[in-house]
Design a protein around this ligand. Sequence first.
Ligand code: S3P
Length: 429
Amino acid sequence: MLKTVSKTKKLTGEITIPADKSVSHRAVMFSSIADGKSVIKNFSNGADCISTVNLFKQLGVNIEFKDEKTLEIIGGKLLKPIKPLNAGNSGTTMRLVSGILAGQDFESIITGDESLSKRPMKRIIEPLKLMGADISSMDGKAPLYIKGKNLCGINYNSQISSAQVKSCILLAGLNENTNGTTIYTEPYLSRNHTELMLKYLDADIEFEECTTKISSGRLSAKNIEVIGDISSAAFFIVAGLIVEGSDFIIKNVGINPTRTGILDVVKKMGGNIDLINERKISGEMVADIRVQYTENLKGCEISGADIPRLIDELPVIAVLASQAEGETVVRDAQDLRNKETDRITCLVSELQKIGVDIFEQNDGFVVYGNKKKGLSGDAELQVFHDHRLAMSFYVAGLVSEKQIAIKDFEWINISFPEFESLMTSLIND
Ligand code: S3P
């Protein structure tokens, strides 16, 4: 689908942001292996999370949609699937589920779509093998062939800060047939939804700073309400800051500190945002966020421990940086090249087409913001199978002089089917 986007009037009003993708995946996975019935409220209806639901149904779990966003799951023992499992476009599904499958008493195969089949899986295969797993692949890429075995705990120092790798190893360590304790340390703390949810479901887990320790055991089934997704809210936060005259509230946004790098960047750039009504839901912090147009944003540097806290927001942060004065430099983000596509090369090539002064670096990019020059627009952009690039380009289109066109815009359905209707609900005279 070719989507055209034109310069917009101010954005005002109030929206509620849909469910967090990372938390929704984990809610289905953990409830599927927990003992008993769980109800999951406010589940994400993006295609990625539906891939997780379908995969656990293939593993014999009874999962029923009570309404569009409410799931009932009867968890327990998983069964050998009769066909290869399909993770679709979802890296989170493939990597986390592999940690669960490695310790089962059956064989399984897990496949993915064209984009997922190009993404690196060695990062999970190597530590799983150290635990004794029998897992083979096509040169470190999907499909993965897993012969379930009894595993043993390891003490693993990861070279990368990845919540998917961390969660995979913690889930392998949790398996009831895993012998001993598993200790996982990462360079910088990545999102900790796995640790928080496993604790909430009574796992034997402890975590402090960048180290997590887990022992084998069963999970209790409990009801889980999924918080709103800050990564989805990010497109609105940026739109509100850069579209002249905007002032609106985004309700129910998860503000787990391992995810709020975008809020820190906005503050560093001088953006007008306020958090109101902070509260806790199913072990996670949430707030409503007021965003106001900000005339004088300034560029900033983003690197090191900030990166895992905003890794998915970097494409839309590039759009924000284009509307700030001065240089924004992103470093230490080489893993952006391993996402749904190479997000450094693709982001830079497409934003350059609409007049953004953005340049590729090995481990990130530099944007020379120049609001007076503005964005020319007047180009057709590709999204490279990447939902977050598609939505970032849409936000850029809202402030471009001439209309832009985005090819294959339907990729947004991976995480955020309601994106455009929520955006247009804020457009007012
Ligand atoms: C995710 C972790 C991050 C993130 C992805 C979701 C998760 O990936 O980019 O969108 O749910 O654990 P990495 O763990 O590869 O950094």
